[in-house]
Design a protein around this ligand. Structure first.
Ligand SMILES: Nc1ncnc2c1ncn2[C@@H]1O[C@H](COP(=O)(O)OP(=O)(O)O)[C@@H](O)[C@H]1O
Ligand SMILES: CC(=O)OP(=O)(O)O
Ligand SMILES: [Mg+2]
Length: 393
């Protein structure tokens, strides 16, 4: 066994990991899994690239110390690699701010700069930084590389990147950054693999997971996206409401709501959870007959379709629509509801292809190519790590 990289993807609702062999230019997935701190018995499970169960380690109920769980994964990796070397750990870091426009090797200075961005992604940044810090103390000599959700969008320029507020705030870095860039970068690479013709189309990629955003892209580049300065903007999400009239926030503050309470409401109590009053999990809502669940789903699909139209405006048309993320990949019902609202843009889906979750789900007479493409942020991170390690020799 040769060199490998371990990738950690700390999202808002899960911590995913992937172990990749990087002896060839294109990293090869060896195994992947979920680190589950909230399970009754915290621990992790691992499956191989074909989905076969490989390993499970569980701790006693309540023993959810993140550092101990990471130590378990590192120990298991050691056994699994059987003499192979763990060359680096790659991390998804949600906010790179102004300073990080591409992958970066982690140093104490990097950690300090990334920690300073916590107010811009309070749900995510601490979850990304905590394993980085833990591994620095568990394996001080091990190379760690941060790959940023914001980096794919770093070429966004005015007017797309700009808020209509006084310019002095833009000089402070208050602009639209965009997120889910590692996922969109993966989608762009898949489109190029499927056909160069597809990659050149005016495309909107819909990453619909616990967090959700759209990316307008063409020829492998982001030209617009729905998230902004923080991952609160744009679409409705599991616990985030997306775009909101800022006057609501002023009003609530004037009525005595504290900044912390407001932050909690916007990041943790809104979205599908807030509107349904039942759950942030789309599966639960789709299975429910409660009218509030139905209304939450209706608002979700309405907002996706509305923002797809806005992205089509930036692109000057819509030729390709991609669904990805936990909801986008797995829910035929949500894809159908979104596509129904986009018929005026020429979107037509084949219901049986959609129900089967086929890759291509548009009808022959659809003006828009509609695809379901499973994303892999972990693969993109492994590619960046491999590139950096190769460049270092
Ligand atoms: N079969 C399904 N039908 C509808 N929604 C699903 C399905 N499977 C997963 N999901 C949704 O996907 C969400 C998780 O998406 P994912 O992209 O994995 O999350 P994260 O944003 O944490 O990376 C879950 O909250 C759930 O709502
Ligand atoms: C940026 C973001 O919202 O990430 P996630 O989907 O993992 O919550
Ligand atoms: Mg995610």
């Amino acid at each position: 066994m040769s060199d490998a990289v371990l990738v950690l993807n700390a999202g808002s609702s899960s911590i995913k990991f992937g172990l990749f062999d990087i002896s060839e230019i294109e990293p090869r997935l060896l195994c992947k899994g979920l680190l589950d701190e909230h399970h009754a018995k915290p621990g992790f499970t691992a499956i191989d690239g074909a989905g076969n169960h490989l390993f499970e380690k569980r701790r006693a109920p309540g023993d959810n110390n993140g550092d101990a769980l990471l130590a378990d994964i590192l120990d298991w990796n050691n056994d699994y690699l059987d003499g192979g070397t763990l060359a680096a750990i790659g991390h998804r870091v949600v906010h790179g701010g102004r300073d990080f426009t591409g992958p970066a090797e982690i140093t104490d200075k990097t950690i300090e700069k990334l920690a300073a961005l916590t107010p811009l992604a309070p749900l995510h940044q601490p979850r990304c930084l905590s394993p980085i810090r833990a591994i620095r103390s568990l394996r001080p000599g091990l190379t760690q590389i941060a790959c940023f959700d914001t980096a794919f969008h770093h070429g966004l320029a005015p007017p797309v990147s700009r808020f209509a507020i006084p310019r002095r705030f833009e000089e402070m870095g208050i602009r639209r950054y965009g997120f889910h860039g590692l996922s969109f970068e993966f989608i762009a690479s898949r489109l190029a693999e499927i056909s160069p013709n597809l990659a050149g189309k005016r495309t909107v990629a819909a990453h619909l997971g616990n967090g959700a955003s759209l990316c307008a892209m063409r020829n492998g580049r982001s030209v617009d996206t729905t998230m902004g300065f923080t991952p609160l903007d744009g679409l409705m999400m599991g616990t985030r409401g997306g775009a909101i009239d800022p006057g609501v926030l002023l009003y609530l503050q004037q009525r005595g709501m504290s900044v912390d309470d407001l932050q909690h409401m916007l990041y943790q109590e809104s979205g599908l959870l807030g509107v349904s009053g039942l759950s942030a999990d789309m599966r639960v809502l789709l299975a429910s007959a409660d009218p509030r669940a139905i209304e939450a789903i209706e608002l979700f699909t309405f907002r996706v379709a509305r923002e797809v139209s806005a992205m089509a405006n930036t692109l000057g048309g819509l030729e390709c629509l991609i669904f990805t993320g936990g909801i986008g990949e797995h829910s035929a019902e949500i894809r159908q509801q979104v596509c129904e609202r986009l018929q005026w843009l020429g979107v037509r889906i084949d219901h049986s292809a959609n129900d089967q979750g086929s890759e291509c789900i548009n009808t022959e007479n659809s003006r828009v190519d509609v695809r379901v493409i499973p994303t892999s942020e972990e693969t993109v991170i492994a590619r960046h790590c491999s590139g950096i390690l190769r460049a270092q020799g």
